[in-house]
Design a protein. Structure first.
Length: 267
């Protein structure tokens, strides 16, 4: 069984909800990234979503935009991200790692080569923000051939037919975008998307994670009542931005707060 599927199966067996934690690789530098990933796991993250820096991250708000800028200024490349995952895997062979990014850097390397390198590094899947299912056939085939998963986004205004089409190509889990906007742009109102989340869960057997706009333990708890996993990014990236020297400890502590809130909600 793949790591992502195994993780969700374990959560379901315990009647627990997942916590997917996002940071940007190379922020503040690529040498720090594996230890920050371990800090997320120590705090209670079930899956790590690792951002691959790009110069035009159009789905991301100012916090993650700045993280991309810092990572690029520090010389972070896709190959450096693969190496960071390899270093992480030296101590953690269990936690799934999903690479979140934009198509351009990967297309430049060649999609088949990227999928093969990602698999060799110990990655578990991809989330390409700017790759809609209508244009994803080649990338999806390469990812599946490498034994990896491809996560797709479902928007809060996606019609049922489109959600169904997305879910036929997706594997691992489906990412439900809880707000109309960019990451960290506004606080999520989970009550306002209840019907769309329920419809998404009806149209797929894959686990559904909720992200965008979830920044506090309270919001994470509310989201956990409605989906299989909660995805938190900007709040964690802000911790790194505020104080890189103590970021690992601060990340671990904040993720532990999110974990406790999610567990209380699931119970």
């Amino acid at each position: 069984m793949k790591r992502i599927a195994e993780t969700f199966a374990g959560l379901a067996a315990r009647r627990a909800k997942g916590l997917i934690a996002f940071i940007t690789a190379g922020d503040p530098n690529i040498e720090a990234t594996p230890e920050l990933m371990h800090a997320l796991v120590r705090g209670g993250a079930d899956i790590i979503e690792l951002g691959v820096p790009f110069s035009d991250p159009m789905a991301d708000g100012p916090v993650i935009q700045r993280a991309n800028e810092r990572a690029l200024a520090a010389g972070t490349t896709p190959e450096a991200v693969f190496e960071a995952v390899r270093r992480f895997r030296a101590r953690d062979t269990r936690t799934p790692v999903v690479l979140m990014g934009y198509l351009n850097p990967f297309e430049h390397l060649g999609v088949a080569a990227v999928a093969t390198r990602a698999n060799a590094a110990g990655c578990d899947g991809f989330l390409m923000v700017d790759l809609p299912p209508e244009e994803a056939r080649e990338f999806n085939a390469a990812v599946r051939a490498a034994g990896l998963d491809q996560v797709f986004l479902v928007a809060p205004n996606s019609p049922a037919a489109r959600i169904e089409r997305i879910c036929t190509m997706a594997s691992g889990f489906v990412y439900f975008v809880a707000v109309k906007g960019v990451t960290g742009d506004k606080a999520v109102d989970v009550h306002g998307v209840d019907a769309r989340i329920a419809e998404t869960r009806r149209l797929t057997r894959l686990p559904v994670g909720i992200g965008f706009g979830i920044r506090t333990p309270q919001a994470a708890a509310m989201a956990a009542m409605r989906a299989d996993a909660v995805i938190v990014g900007s709040a964690l990236v802000e911790i790194i931005e505020r104080g890189a020297a103590a970021a690992a400890v601060a990340l671990e502590n904040y993720v532990a707060e999110l974990r406790a809130a999610i567990d209380r909600a699931a119970a």
